[in-house]
Write a protein that binds this ligand. Structure first.
Ligand SMILES: [Zn+2]
Length: 375
């Protein structure tokens, strides 16, 4: 399938949006209604798009909304974090069909991470009862630094034996479909943009906190990459100049304060007993202090980000914010206190749309966006 530039623009607009009328598409792309009618007729015949509900657009007759055909393509999404690796299959509407998770320590032998990953993918496909031939594209999000041009992993600070691994060619050779790789903060931001609450927002940030911290910064609808594709390393911002050495080589990184294991370590170090979550529920002072300080650290880091990028919304994800809401309250309070008042005037702090599945939806979104852009 080869599309000309107008056809490409029309298909992208329909595929990445959440229902658009022909009239709206014509206005957005500055094309004639006749062109849109002809092109969408072809797309309908090819099964690329479907017609949805009719909506009223003020005066005149109702407009039919157009959507990407949910069953046209099937994607595999893989989200590789320092602690766990998640697998998913999704349709062209980015709905999860299957999801599965394994621990990073289960990808052995460590020296052969690539082969171990292939084995886990094969197991996942067998579990789903899906043949690899049914997959149209694979998206991989990884908590680390990737070479966007070479499509290789440059560095994964929280797990060994991933550096310089060419996952794209490895998976491409095995599964015979296009494979795309990006840093997981950016894929999570893509998920928010394509299927979440940030559909009509150009400037926003997604922050996911678990065993590590991933962040994606969107500016005017495009992910910030930086000259070496290393932009957005929120977890490795110095939060405590006297803090311990981080796995990245720096000292006192935010990841040394805020991640789940770091909160737990700090709680134990200060004499806390039992689990941090239980102690928090009992209003234990040590647990509350640990949360307050971690919330402040994230708030300070995000105040700097807010002052630099002036986002409309920050989406924060991670189970610890559900279990210990004080963390988020203190983060919000610190941002309001420290970031520039003109930036905070309209700033919204929300939870991410997909919770623990943000990375999986993001990896599927990466596969979809890149496959359709390449048609
Ligand atoms: Zn670091």
């Amino acid at each position: 399938m080869t599309l000309n530039s107008s056809e490409k623009q029309i298909l992208e607009l329909i595929s990445f949006g959440q229902g658009r009328s022909r009239k709206k598409i014509a206005e957005t792309l500055n094309l004639t209604q006749g062109t849109i009618t002809n092109v969408t007729k072809n797309f309908l015949e090819q099964g690329l798009i479907v017609e949805g509900e009719r909506v009223s657009s003020g005066m005149g007759r109702k407009e039919v909304l157009l959507y990407a055909h949910p069953h046209k393509f099937t994607y595999m999404g893989i989200d590789i974090g320092g602690h766990s690796v998640r697998f998913s299959l999704g349709n062209n509407g980015l709905e999860l069909l299957h999801a599965h998770e394994c621990l990073m320590v289960d990808l052995t032998p460590e020296e052969e991470r690539g082969e171990a990953l292939l084995r886990k993918i094969d197991e996942f496909l067998a579990l789903c009862g899906t043949d690899a031939a049914a997959i149209d594209a694979i998206g991989i999000g990884i908590t680390g630094i990737v070479d966007a041009v070479q499509q290789t992993v440059l560095n994964m600070p929280n797990a060994e034996h991933w550096d310089n691994l060419n996952l794209v060619s490895l998976l491409n050779e095995r599964y015979r479909c296009p494979v795309f790789l990006d840093e997981s903060g950016r894929t999570m931001a893509l998920a928010e943009q394509m299927s979440g609450e940030a559909r009509d927002i150009g400037d926003f940030i997604v922050v996911q906190v678990g065993y590590g911290i991933a962040a994606g910064i969107m500016i005017d609808g495009r992910p910030l990459r930086g000259v070496n594709n290393a932009a957005g390393l929120l977890g490795h911002i110095t939060a405590d100049p006297n803090g311990p050495r981080c796995s990245c080589g720096n000292y006192g990184c935010l990841e040394n304060i805020l991640t789940f294991p770091m909160l737990r370590n700090e709680f134990i170090l200060r004499g806390g007993s039992g689990t941090l979550a239980d102690a928090y529920r009992l209003n234990d002072k040590v647990a509350l202090d640990v949360c307050l300080e971690a919330g402040q650290a994230l708030g300070i880091a995000l105040s700097n980000v807010v002052n630099l990028f002036n986002p409309e919304t920050i989406y924060i994800g991670g189970p610890m914010f559900d279990v210990m809401p004080l963390l988020l309250d203190e983060t919000k309070r610190t941002i309001t206190l420290r970031a520039n008042r003109f930036s905070t005037l309209t700033l919204k702090l929300e939870r991410t749309s997909f919770g623990s599945r943000q990375g999986l939806i993001g990896a599927l979104a990466l596969a979809k966006i890149r496959l359709i852009q390449g048609l």
